[in-house]
Design a protein around this ligand. Structure first.
Ligand SMILES: Nc1ncnc2c1ncn2[C@@H]1O[C@H](COP(=O)(O)OP(=O)(O)OP(=O)(O)O)[C@@H](O)[C@H]1O
Ligand SMILES: [Mg+2]
Length: 250
C-alpha cells in the first residue's frame, strides 16, 4: 500500500486551476522535499492530502484511505505553528494528542508528554502557554505534538521558516529521527540538505517534476559561502551523495 497516492488530481479556486493533473505516489517511510515557486500550489496540495480541501477531480489517498478518515495516521503541520495550538499549556497540548489519538489515561499522558517535551528541549516550558513561546520553540512544540502519537504520514508546510541555522539542525534531527512518511514543502535548500530526504520534487505548472540535485545544491546559501571562502565542501549532506553537475569552484 502506498503511503500517499494522488491520481489525476486537479484542483481550482474559482476558475483558477492550481493543481493540473498530479499523479504521484510516496512509499511508506520515505521523505520527500516539495519545492516550487511561491504560489505554485504546495500548500494547496498538502491541504488536499490532509483532507482539508476536496479535489476538484481525481483522488488523493493516505495509506489507502480517504484523508478525512485518516485521523491518527495523518498529521498536517501548518506553516505557522501556533495555528495548531488550542490548549492552555505546552504540556496539555502534547497530552491532548496522546489522549485523543492514542487513548492514554490522563496520568499516563502527562508522564509521556513530559518525556516528549524533554526530548524536544521544551521541558522547562511544560506549564507555559504555547503562545508565549518563541517562534522556534513553538515550531518544536508543534513537532512534539505530532511526534507524540507517531502518525504514519506527516505533511509539513515550510517547517524551517524563521529558524536560525542551529535551530534548523535541531528540527531536522528531530524529524530525521521519526519513521513516518514525510512531505516537506519548503523554499529552504539548506534545510533540505540537513534532512534525510529520499528525493526532492518540484510543483510547476500544476504538476510534479523531479528536481535536479546538482541544481538544488548550487542554490544552497551555506554551500555558496563554503565555496566562496574556499573551505572544504562536506562530502555528504542529506540527499547529496555526489556533486553531480553542480557548478564547481574553478
Ligand atoms: N483560498 C484561496 N482562494 C483563492 N485562491 C487561493 C486560495 N488559496 C490559495 N490561492 C491561490 O492559489 C495559488 C497557490 O497557492 P498556495 O498557497 O498553494 O501556493 P504555495 O506554493 O504554497 O505558495 P508559497 O510558496 O508562497 O507558500 C496561488 O496563486 C494563491 O493565490
Ligand atoms: Mg505555501
Amino acid at each position: 500500500m502506498h503511503a500517499i497516492e494522488a491520481r489525476s488530481l486537479w484542483f481550482k479556486y474559482g476558475d483558477e486551476w492550481v493543481i493540473r493533473g498530479v499523479n504521484w505516489v510516496v512509499e511508506p517511510s520515505r521523505s520527500v522535499g516539495l519545492m516550487g515557486r511561491s504560489g505554485s500550489g504546495k500548500t494547496t496540495l498538502l491541504r488536499i492530502l490532509a483532507g482539508a480541501r476536496r479535489p476538484s477531480r481525481g483522488s488523493a489517498l493516505i495509506m489507502g484511505t480517504d484523508p478525512r478518515k485518516a485521523r491518527g495516521i495523518l498529521a498536517y503541520v501548518p506553516q505557522n505553528p501556533s495555528h495548531s495550538f488550542y490548549m492552555p499549556t505546552a504540556l496539555e497540548e502534547v497530552m491532548e494528542s496522546l489522549i485523543g489519538v492514542k487513548g492514554l489515561s490522563k496520568q499516563d499522558a502527562a508522564a509521556a508528554a513530559m518525556n516528549i517535551l524533554n526530548a524536544f528541549g521544551l521541558g522547562e516550558y511544560a506549564g507555559e502557554n504555547p503562545f508565549n513561546l518563541s517562534w522556534g520553540e513553538q515550531r518544536r512544540l508543534s513537532l512534539a505534538v505530532v511526534a507524540a502519537y507517531g502518525p504514519r504520514v506527516i505533511l509539513l508546510d515550510e517547517p524551517s521558516t524563521g529558524l536560525s541555522y542551529r535551530d534548523k539542525e535541531w528540527v531536522a534531527a528531530l524529524l530525521n529521527g521519526l519513521d513516518s512518511t514525510m512531505v516537506i514543502a519548503t523554499h529552504d535548500v539548506d534545510f533540505l540538505l540537513l534532512m534525510d530526504v529520499d528525493e526532492v520534487i518540484e510543483l510547476d505548472d500544476g504538476v510534479i517534476k523531479p528536481l535536479n540535485c546538482g541544481e538544488l545544491v548550487s542554490k544552497s546559501e551555506v554551500y555558496m559561502v563554503l565555496r566562496a571562502a574556499e573551505l572544504p565542501e562536506p562530502a555528504r549532506c542529506g540527499l547529496v551523495t555526489s556533486w553531480g553537475d553542480a557548478p564547481r569552484r574553478p
